[in-house]
Design a protein around this ligand. Structure first.
Ligand SMILES: Nc1ncnc2c1ncn2[C@@H]1O[C@H](COP(=O)(O)OP(=O)(O)OP(=O)(O)O)[C@@H](O)[C@H]1O
Length: 256
């Protein structure tokens, strides 16, 4: 499922599904992210391909945890499952102390809106909206509206070094600038969880460092928990833990 579809679902749920909007209270006395015995099988030819083979992991609150590994090892699949965007074949996921496996579709959607900021490969920006408006949409979904949303959007753009691009459309921004708008949007409303798939892949050295520093500050000063798929060795400097996936299995991890 793409983020833009996800966004459309979020908007639809926000306006049409009032009865099911209550999200259970969240606690962070356990791991911010906990996955147990996650398996994922995809149909392949006449049989199945086991992309994840029983993953157990815990991400502590306020940690920056990296997920690394060769192409095809299952990183994006695992991140999508941990973000509640893909249902595993078996296993359970808890986010902020809440079991997401049993949430209804709209509860899960609401939970994601409130607590998770996503940064995806590709930008998934609304092409007809300016940079600031793209962020305002995310803020609106979190109940921040009007002038306050606009001011917050401009502030977030400043945080990623784009204070002068608030009124530009995505088509008038470079790839790196679009990625920074997508990052600013993911940070809207200060989510407790930030999940990112290759957030610095499209960025030049300067922008990449700025984004890494921003993620570090969010975790270490703001208390957000960051889980990131990356091949970028620069991010190792700010990581608390690194998990390596190979052939759908976790290798012994390194701590920093
Ligand atoms: N929807 C799907 N249907 C069938 N197979 C899939 C599907 N999604 C992923 N796979 C397979 O699962 C395996 C893991 O894919 P995944 O995208 O999670 O790897 P990755 O580690 O993120 O790779 P990369 O670093 O190249 O992005 C791959 O062999 C991929 O072909």
């Amino acid at each position: 499922m793409t983020a833009s579809i996800e966004y459309q679902e979020s908007i639809r749920d926000n306006f049409t599904d009032v009865a099911d909007r209550a999200v259970p209270k969240v606690t962070t006395d356990r791991g911010a992210i906990e996955a147990r015995r996650i398996k994922m099988r995809f149909p392949s030819g006449t049989g199945f391909f086991e992309a994840l083979q029983g993953i157990n992991l815990t991400v502590n609150p306020g940690d920056i945890q990296l997920l690394m590994g060769p192409s095809g090892s299952g990183k994006t699949t695992l991140l999508s499952i941990l973000a509640g965007m893909l249902t595993p074949t078996s296993g359970t996921v808890q986010l902020l102390g809440e079991e997401i496996t049993w949430m209804s579709r709209s509860q899960l959607s609401r939970f994601r809106q409130q607590h998770i900021g996503f940064i995806f490969q590709g930008f998934n920006l609304f092409p007809a909206l300016t940079a600031a408006e793209n962020i305002e949409v995310a803020l609106n979904l979190k109940g921040i509206k009007g002038r306050q949303a606009h001011q917050e959007a401009v502030h977030l753009l400043g945080e990623v070094g784009l204070h002068d691009k608030a009124h530009q459309l995505p088509r008038d921004l470079s790839g790196g600038q679009k990625q920074r708008v997508a990052i600013a949007r993911a940070l809207a409303g200060h989510p407790k969880l930030i999940m990112a798939d290759e957030p610095t892949a499209a960025l030049d050295s300067h922008s990449g460092h700025a984004v890494i520093e921003l993620l570090r500050k969010l975790a270490k000063e703001g208390g957000s928990t960051v889980l990131m798929v990356t091949h970028d060795p620069r991010i190792l400097d700010v990581a608390d833990r690194v998990l390596y996936l190979e052939d759908g299995m976790l290798k012994p991890e390194k701590s920093f």
